[in-house]
Design a protein around this ligand. Structure first.
Ligand SMILES: C[S@@+](CC[C@H](N)C(=O)[O-])C[C@H]1O[C@@H](n2cnc3c(N)ncnc32)[C@H](O)[C@@H]1O
Length: 141
């Protein structure tokens, strides 16, 4: 893509925080800005919705068709892994980003309490480390 087109496309997104940006756009943005070469999607369901639209040379996906409770795994990592940086972009159905770095882990209560949905609901912003789409674009450049 020409640089001017790219700037136009992402400048438009940055200046329109109310637009609901999809997980597909976030993934493609990360691939582009970080020059990622491979993509693995755990839990594909219908490939037409996201997987097929990911623009990268090498990609693969699996789906054992489970009914997942992904947020519980998220909370467990937020409570235990100080070697990760984790945040959720408040768009689409919530787009979680995890990479090796560091974070202040959540130590307020035992993990067994934190993985109750009512607990998540009460502490959603901090436990998920919820950020706006504009904060995401400022963070990842
Ligand atoms: C909300 S759908 C997301 C589908 C797709 N990634 C997308 O963005 O459109 C979640 C999918 O993840 C799968 N899933 C849930 N838990 C999983 C796990 N532990 N391992 C692999 N797949 C899982 C489910 O079967 C479901 O099809």
């Amino acid at each position: 893509m020409l640089l001017s087109k790219f700037v136009k496309k992402y400048f438009y997104k940055k200046s329109n925080p109310t637009r609901n940006i999809s997980r597909t756009e976030i993934i493609n943005y990360l691939i582009k800005t970080k020059s990622y070469k491979k993509y693995l999607e755990i839990g594909v369901r219908n490939p037409k919705i996201n997987f097929d639209k990911i623009k990268i040379n090498y990609k693969d996906g699996v789906d054992p068709n489970w009914n997942g409770t992904t947020w519980k795994s998220w909370v467990k990592l937020r409570c235990s892994r100080s070697d990760l940086n984790m945040f959720v972009i408040d768009t689409d159905e919530g787009c979680g980003i995890i990479y090796y770095e560091s974070q202040n882990i959540w130590l307020k209560d035992p993990i067994s309490s934190c993985i109750n949905y009512s607990y998540l609901d009460k502490n959603r912003k901090k436990l998920l480390n919820l950020i706006s789409i504009n904060d995401f674009f400022s963070k990842i450049k």
